[in-house]
Design a protein around this ligand. Sequence first.
Ligand SMILES: [Zn+2]
Ligand SMILES: [Zn+2]
Length: 105
Amino acid sequence: MRQGLRAVAFWVLLVGAGVPALAGPCAVCGKPILFGTIYLMPDKEEDRQKEVCETCHLLNHQCSLCRLPVTAEATALPDGRYLCPRDAQSAVLEADRAKELCTDA
Ligand SMILES: [Zn+2]
Ligand SMILES: [Zn+2]
């Protein structure tokens, strides 16, 4: 079953690379992927494959939540982990909510 999924992903990658108009923006930098290879990388937070451009695919750091690569602007946590902009935002929101709950109690 997993093997079948991978074959489909590979097909999408080939078709996507051949037809730039169908390729969505890179999930990491947000730029349209017009050249090079489109990499399908699993987003652990949304539990689905995201299209990532070649440049972002080669980034050294990854978000500790969704496991997608993060750019230099990513939020670095004091313990050395990184959060992508989306997950940094939701982490802040959750922290705020936790604070609210604490003050309410
Ligand atoms: Zn990118
Ligand atoms: Zn993330």
